[in-house]
Design a protein around this ligand. Structure first.
Ligand code: FES
Length: 208
């Protein structure tokens, strides 16, 4: 675009440089000096204008371009996950907007432990139902970032330590989360965050 602007600004009407084939001094009524200086002045104006256009184009393009979300940004704003391969008791970690998201297919015992926990036992009270989708209670989806200082807790692998409540354990300062991702022990002030998500069919979710 910038090159097109530059070409349009310079071509076509620079006095004395195009057209008749006559030199400036052959044109009637114009002194060679006056014609030369005027033509040069006009040329400089045009060239300056051209550079102004080029400059404006060069500045405007990144600015305009920056207003359009990049394709990769759009692609990363949502994350689709096929839950079909995740068996009961298994967990997977996916990435959504650059963050780890823990998805756990909870066992009936894990769901029961979360549902039966009294609110009085919780530092950041929240029911299990408020952290899952109706009819999809076995599935827990939480951002895998400790609410203390941002470490990624352990508990996704079968061999990981999960803490006394069977959820996740953050080893940096010992925060312990339960099977609903709620903080139960340690310095973390809040539950693991449940990201916005929805089931798009029986076995797929879209996060974001
Ligand atoms: S970041 Fe998790 S306990 Fe410190």
């Amino acid at each position: 675009m910038a090159e097109q602007m530059a070409t349009a600004g310079v071509s076509g009407s620079i006095p004395g440089l195009t057209g008749s084939g006559k030199t400036q001094s052959e044109r009637p009524g114009l002194s060679p000096q006056g014609d030369h200086s005027g033509g040069r002045r006009d040329f400089l104006k045009l060239v300056t204008g051209s550079f102004a256009l080029v400059g404006a184009g060069a500045i405007a393009w990144p600015f305009i371009n920056s207003m359009n979300p990049a394709a990769d940004t759009l692609a990363l704003s949502t994350t689709d996950v096929d839950l079909g391969p995740v068996a009961v008791g298994q967990a997977i970690t996916v990435v959504w907007r650059g963050k780890p998201v823990f998805i756990r297919h909870r066992t009936p015992e894990e769901v029961k432990a979360a549902v039966d926990t009294p609110m009085s036992a919780l530092k950041d009270p929240a029911t299990d139902q408020s952290r899952t989708k109706p009819g999809k209670e076995p599935w827990l989806v939480v951002v895998g970032i400790c609410t203390h200082l941002g470490c990624v807790p352990l508990g996704q692998k079968p061999t990981d330590e999960r803490g006394a409540y069977g959820g996740w354990f953050c080893p940096c300062h010992g925060s312990v989360y339960d099977t609903a991702g709620r903080i139960r022990q340690g310095p973390a002030p809040a539950n693991l965050v449940v990201p916005p998500y929805a089931f798009t069919n029986d076995t797929r979710i879209r996060i974001g």
